[in-house]
Ligand binder design. Structure first.
Ligand code: FAD
Ligand code: UDP
Length: 415
């Protein structure tokens, strides 16, 4: 008998599996319908030996010390501050918009003080910042909004920024200094040997069994367990009782080029040209040295894997109904980006999972994480080097060849 069946082996599911097994000696079965662990953060070596992120660029950043220290038990880090350029008016300029963006774009030589004045002159007064359009035009005016935000957002979400919550474009700041980092969080680093290796370590515990290629619906009736942790889409769990919650999808087009460097920045955004939103060159993110280079294009799609909850009031209303159902469903915890319908970054999902664990064991998050810190033997290690020969990752799990065989194996083990 398993104490927990965990649905989904992304950050939410894997952190909870680790905590329940390691922290509470529970027996855990974690399943994922995909053929790998790691959820959307999964990375792998492609046929050229280049480490890529299958589901688009994942950059780790957090202000939460306990999240960073917790993950540091399972990985060393490579120091990495992310930088993005936007292709606007035939130039590549820093994004988020900063002093250099404006000077380069308009051929000016403004100082920071003068840029503040510039923004104040072009900004449109907005009484209440409600939408993603309000956030931008109230700070930098309509012209810059149209050049950098309007069309990118329409492409990404198939909605006008005026139809999306303020929180979406609020993710991208505007600066009057020359700081060209995408994030300003206190901790910015990439797992030294990749996310998948980190997930392997999270799940490497004798109490944890992993079943891949397995939809939980195919096994829930045959495998005895006491409680469930569910990290898939919440509307799917309840058979779309209140209709489909909209999630936005992407199609990824991966390419490898026979050159060492493809583009001048880790990510180039295309607000106004092309059907894709951005191109990412992975070697910048991973620090890998290789004679070739791999990139990915992101094409926004309505159909496909659910990647982004869509933050707007009508969706929040539908989610509220599902949340009421979820809250009333005893013995199932709903955790993660899809199950709580939140546009969360990786660190926020880890924090949510740690909070859920604290709740399960009847304590506060701070106390639970203090206990982890006290038992930790390893402090964060951050290196700055690049590396040329990373050891290849093997995905070792306890799963057998097919879902059916695994289900049978797990149930006989449980018997
Ligand atoms: P997921 O990783 O989605 O895991 C859920 C798992 O549940 C999936 O593997 C799925 O297969 C499985 N599942 C679903 N239904 C079932 C079922 N019925 N049976 C079995 N298994 C099921 N965050 C950052 O911090 N930095 C970034 O740079 C960043 N970039 C991103 C770029 C893109 C393109 C996307 C889409 C997301 C990005 N994120 C980033 C967000 C990050 O991916 C998420 O915060 C995080 O991966 C969510 O973890 P999760 O465990 O909640 O969900
Ligand atoms: N955005 C934009 N132009 C850009 C970058 C971002 O309009 O050059 C908007 C867009 O709506 C996007 C949101 O800001 O979806 C959040 O951007 P972020 O880079 O955080 O998106 P993510 O990495 O989550 O896809």
């Amino acid at each position: 008998m398993f104490d927990y069946l965990i649905v989904g082996a992304g950050f939410a599911g894997s952190v909870l599996a680790e905590r329940l097994a390691n922290g509470s000696n529970k027996r855990v079965l974690i399943c994922d319908k995909r053929s790998h662990i790691g959820g959307n953060a999964y990375d792998e070596y492609n046929e050229h030996g280049i480490l890529i992120h299958r589901y688009g660029p994942h950059i780790f950043h957090t202000n939460s010390r306990d999240v960073f220290e917790y993950l540091s038990r399972f990985t060393d880090w490579r120091s990495y501050e992310h930088r993005v350029q936007a292709s606007v008016d035939g130039q590549l300029v820093p994004m988020p918009i900063n002093l250099d963006t404006i000077n380069q774009l308009y051929g000016l030589k403004l100082t920071s003080f003068e840029l503040e004045q510039f923004f104040a002159n072009v900004a449109e007064p907005v009484e209440k910042l409600r939408t993603s359009e309000d956030v931008v035009v109230s700070k930098i005016g309509r012209e810059l909004y149209e050049k950098f935000f309007r069309n990118y957002t329409r492409k990404q979400w198939d909605l006008d920024p005026s139809e999306l919550d303020a929180s979406v474009t609020s993710r991208v700041p505007t600066r009057t200094n020359r700081d060209n980092r995408y994030f300003t969080d206190s901790y910015q680093a990439m797992p030294l040997h990749g996310f998948t290796r980190m997930f392997e370590r999270l799940l490497d515990h004798p109490n944890i069994s992993v079943m891949l290629n397995t939809d939980y619906r195919d096994i829930e009736a045959v495998i005895p367990y006491k409680q469930m942790i569910y990290t898939g889409p919440v509307d799917s769990y309840f058979d779309y009782r209140y209709g489909k919650l909209p999630y936005r999808s992407l199609e990824f087009k991966h390419e490898t080029h026979n050159v060492e460097v493809y583009q001048p920045a880790p990510v180039v955004n295309f607000p106004n040209e092309h059907l894709y939103t951005r191109i990412t060159e992975f070697k910048y993110l991973t620090g890998q040295e290789h004679a070739k280079t791999s990139i990915v294009y992101e094409y926004p799609r309505a159909e496909g894997d659910p990647y982004y909850p869509i933050p707007r009031p009508e969706n929040a209303e539908v989610y509220k109904k599902y949340k009421a159902l979820a809250d009333a469903t005893q013995d199932v915890q709903f955790v993660g980006r899809l199950a709580t319908y939140r546009y969360y970054n990786m660190d926020q999902v880890v924090a949510q999972a740690l909070t859920t664990y604290a709740k399960i064991i009847g304590t506060k998050r701070q106390e639970a994480t203090a206990a982890i810190a006290a038992s930790a033997t390893k402090m964060p290690t951050i290196v700055t080097k690049t590396y040329s020969l990373p050891s290849p990752m093997t995905i070792s799990t306890n799963g057998a060849a097919t879902a059916a065989a695994r289900a049978k194996g797990a149930s006989s083990e449980a018997a």
